[in-house]
Design a protein around this ligand. Structure first.
Ligand code: N01
Length: 507
């Protein structure tokens, strides 16, 4: 006799017990085929969870590395650390990888581990509705599916933020956001403006400075910049790394330790580490910007690494070049011919690049997410997203986020953080299976206690004490970040405390 899979009968879900009670595989939807979506598939499969479907709004895997294609794009986290633990790569060409090489690595890993076959490309998820104990997922094409679990792997910075400047649409030259780079627009010999001076702008300016006719960089706030100690790996070294993979493992941990102590320590309250970092930034500025007037304009009035530290060696030389101008007068408006600053000057431009960052408060949104009792996730977050252990929200059972709110972001390898979170999720799934649970969601009181601890911890960080405004801060005025060491996060992720959760045996 043919048994009817209850998940195919969308209208009678409530009548059927969850996956763990039925003793079958959980049906899992993963939203996003970027770095954390790829890692989720590989690790879940290895743990024995094989009924996986990945929804990807674009036509390729890669997430941020697919979306960002601007000139000079590189990763300021060392390559051997910015790698999946299950896919060490002896072929990295540089100590810090360039964007196209990382994108190729993402695609190769996804293909090699069979992830690509599970992805529904060009399929954005529009709606997620909890119908206990499952989730009904609706795509933007109107297709519906039902899943036992949803894993959001949508990344942190993927909604380009356009500046609210009068007349933005009136510009008659070519204009685009850094994450929507238009390769058809020639830059050689032209008058190019860049709004913004963060990590993205620094890389773009460093790369295009020498090619363009005239470069105008519109700076609202200067950023501290640490030197970028780039280095190419020789064929001989790569052969060595391929022959002795233990070297890759050792270097993963070496760079992890180095970044976590030098930059991590500096932002999390280690005064000595911060003094060293601040000194390195100051020296970098002094040694690379000989003109004292320009140097003064480039000197921030807040502590180093209060805004995310920019690691770049090409920006200062580019901004010091004869064809470049650092514009520090505030922007009045955009006009058809260029950018008018408050001093009345029109900076005439052919191309305008908006390196103005991303909206960091969206996470899984704009997908409409409706939890228990019709709770709306966007309303619950109300511009200040929070999660329990950066992964789940009370009232939204069986919805897990990788790289969710208040996670360890900053100058860290997000691949490592994603892997910790996926391991945590697997431990939770194993527990659900062992106990025959229908669903689990954090308790309100655990969520509140956890976030109170985060708030408290943030007070000693440079993000709060450093006296700056940054994209880390949400509408509460606090950084949406994890304020403790990655080692502590790792420890927390290793052993879920199930008393923090509502373990739902029957819905
Ligand atoms: O964005 P940002 P980003 N008028 O928000 C300015 C990651 N990343 O794309 O400082 C004038 O840092 C704004 O000015 P201010 C990394 O996590 C990683 O550069 O707010 N200016 C600022 O200068 C990074 O932190 C890599 O006063 C306006 C800039 O635009 C994150 O992405 C590489 C303005 C925005 O800076 C975001 O970096 C690149 C306005 N109306 C990026 N609005 C790696 O290597 C905004 N600005 C891993």
């Amino acid at each position: 006799m043919k048994t009817v899979d209850p998940l195919d009968r969308l209208d009678s879900l409530a009548a059927h017990p969850g996956w763990a009670k039925q003793g079958r595989q959980p049906r899992i939807a993963i939203v996003g085929a970027g770095m954390s979506g790829i890692a989720a598939v590989v690790k879940l499969r290895r743990a024995g969870y094989t009924d996986l479907t990945v929804y990807e709004k674009a036509d390729r895997v890669g997430g941020t590395w697919r979306e960002n294609q601007y000139p000079g794009l590189s990763c300021d986290v060392p390559s051997y650390w910015y790698s999946f633990t299950f896919a060490p790569n002896p072929d990295w060409s540089h100590r810090y990888s360039y964007g196209p090489e990382i994108q190729a690595y993402m695609e190769k890993t996804a293909r090699g581990f069979g992830v690509t076959d599970l992805v529904r490309f060009d399929t954005a998820v529009a709606d997620l509705r909890y119908e206990a104990p499952r989730w009904r997922l609706t795509t933007e094409h109107g297709d519906e599916e039902v899943y036992d679990l949803v894993v959001s792997a949508t990344g942190v910075l993927h909604h380009p933020l356009l500046p609210e400047i009068e007349g933005l649409d009136s510009f008659e030259g070519a204009m685009f956001h850094s994450a929507r780079w238009d390769d058809d627009v020639a830059l050689e010999g032209r008058r190019v403006g860049v709004i913004g001076t963060g990590s993205t702008a620094a890389q773009i300016v460093g790369e295009i400075g020498a090619k363009v006719g005239r470069l105008s960089v519109f700076q609202r706030t200067p950023h501290w910049m640490a030197p970028f100690p780039q280095k190419a790996y020789s064929p001989r070294w790569k052969r060595f790394a391929r022959t002795f993979p233990i070297v890759l493992k050792a270097l993963y941990h070496f760079y992890y330790y180095l970044m976590a102590t030098r930059i991590g320590g500096a932002v999390l309250g280690d005064e000595r580490a911060h003094a060293k970092l601040a000194e390195a930034c100051r020296k970098n500025l002094e040694q690379n910007v000989p003109d004292p007037a320009l140097r003064e304009k480039l000197t921030p009035d807040y502590a180093a690494a209060c805004k995310r530290l920019v690691i770049c060696s090409d920006y200062y030389p580019a901004i010091c070049a004869d064809n470049a101008e650092l514009v520090t007068d505030a922007i009045e408006r955009i006009e058809p011919g260029g950018v008018r600053t408050k001093d009345g000057r029109l900076h005439e431009l052919d191309v305008l690049v908006l390196a103005t960052g991303f909206d960091p408060t969206r996470f899984i949104l704009p997908i409409r997410v409706t939890g228990e009792g019709g709770a709306d996730l966007e309303k619950r977050w109300d511009g200040a997203p929070r999660a329990h252990r950066a992964m789940s929200v009370p009232g939204f059972p069986n919805l897990w986020m990788i790289e969710g709110p208040t996670g360890p972001v900053g100058n860290l390898s997000l691949i490592t953080i994603s892997e910790y979170q996926i391991d945590y999720l697997i431990r939770c799934l194993d527990e659900m299976k062992a106990r025959g649970l229908e669903a689990m969601a954090p308790r309100e009181e655990s969520f509140a206690a956890y976030n109170a601890e985060i708030r408290e911890g943030l007070q000693s960080t440079i993000w709060v004490r450093g006296g700056c405004n940054s994209w880390y801060l949400d509408k509460t005025g606090l950084p949406n970040l994890y304020p403790f060491s990655p080692a502590r996060f790792r420890k927390e992720m290793r052993k879920p405390d199930f008393s923090e959760y509502r373990l739902i045996e029957e819905v």
